[in-house]
Unconditional design. Structure first.
Length: 293
């Protein structure tokens, strides 16, 4: 028997993840597991109840929701022996996609019961003292994440693609000063994304070669291009073929500083805070339950 704590996101997906959370709790109990349901009305309260569950020694903390709920759970258990379980019930669910965790509830619960623990890195973001699981968009992609959050929920994962269109029309390259393991890189770019996971934006394979367990961050830089090339890049980003375009540069580093534009960096689909940010990989910061392959 395994001890689980199950957290659901009250604002995840179209209707909140409460109903999916109840199914997860019922299935785990039916399988003979010991389950505590944890609930919270705010992000901060969710963080506190998750920390308490970890201190009390739950073996798996299950995040039922989208990438925001996954981030809350990951921050609470990083560095502990508690594993992270993910049952996707959000909009993008990009961390689950990146880790090959099934999007269907039954299969995701099965992964909790019969999967294996996979060591996964996190991105520590200063000065905000936050751990991000997936990626930190710092350019056009951050503007798209911001716009997507204002669109109707029924759009689901499509909201990121829909939000891209007006941002491509208003295309504004920005001047960046990056530092990759101390090496300065100055560039005029549309997109700067610091990635632990390959996928963001509701299924966009932005960093096709990113390995969440390699102890390094992939930095995707899309240099200034016109609207026609931007549309081509958008078409290729779902398969990862955009990476072959000459305007796309991919670097790898353990520490990445991003400065320049006056915009808010995002992380796991939520705003973090204004640039500049310092991103540092935390190797094998947690273990995630993934399907046995
Ligand atoms: N207990 C909670 N109380 C209040 N807000 C929460 C709580 N848990 C999560 N949130 C916030 O609710 C928002 C939506 O949650 P979440 O990110 O899980 O769903 P989503 O946005 O639909 O999915 P995705 O991030 O995968 O696109 C996020 O900003 C998240 O930080």
């Amino acid at each position: 028997m395994t001890r689980y704590a199950v957290l659901h996101g009250p604002r995840s997906g179209r209707r909140g993840a409460g109903a999916v959370g109840a199914v997860v709790v019922a299935r785990l109990r039916a399988a003979g597991q010991q389950v505590t349901e944890i609930e919270a009305a705010t992000r901060e309260a969710a963080q506190t109840v998750c920390r308490r569950a970890v201190e009390e020694g739950v073996e798996t903390l299950v995040a039922v929701g989208g990438d925001g709920v996954v981030q809350i759970a990951a921050n609470a258990l990083a560095g502990s022996s508690t594993a992270l379980g993910i049952v996707p019930a959000g909009t993008g669910n990009d961390n689950a996609r990146s880790l090959d965790i099934p999007l269907k509830t039954d299969a995701a619960v099965q992964t909790l019961l019969t999967g294996v623990r996979r060591p996964v890195d996190l991105i520590h973001v200063s000065p905000y003292d936050l751990h991000v699981v997936g990626s930190v968009p710092c350019g056009l992609d951050a503007l798209i994440a911001s716009r997507a959050s204002t669109l109707p929920r029924w759009l689901g994962a499509q909201s990121y693609t829909v939000a891209t269109v007006p941002e491509i029309i208003r295309l504004r390259p920005m001047d960046y000063r990056l530092e990759l393991d101390g090496q300065v890189l100055e560039t005029r770019a549309l997109v700067v994304a610091v990635c632990n996971m390959p996928i963001y934006g509701g299924g966009m394979r932005i960093a096709p070669e990113a390995d969440p367990g390699d102890g390094l961050l992939d930095v995707i830089i899309i240099e200034a291009v016109g609207a026609a090339a931007a549309v081509q890049l958008l078409k290729g980003v779902f398969s990862g073929r955009h990476a072959e375009h000459p305007a796309v540069r991919i670097e790898r580093a353990a520490t990445v500083s991003v400065a320049g534009p006056q915009l808010t960096a995002y992380g796991d689909g939520d705003p973090i805070g204004p640039l500049p940010v310092d991103c540092t990989v935390v190797p094998a910061a947690l273990e995630v339950m993934v399907p046995l392959r």
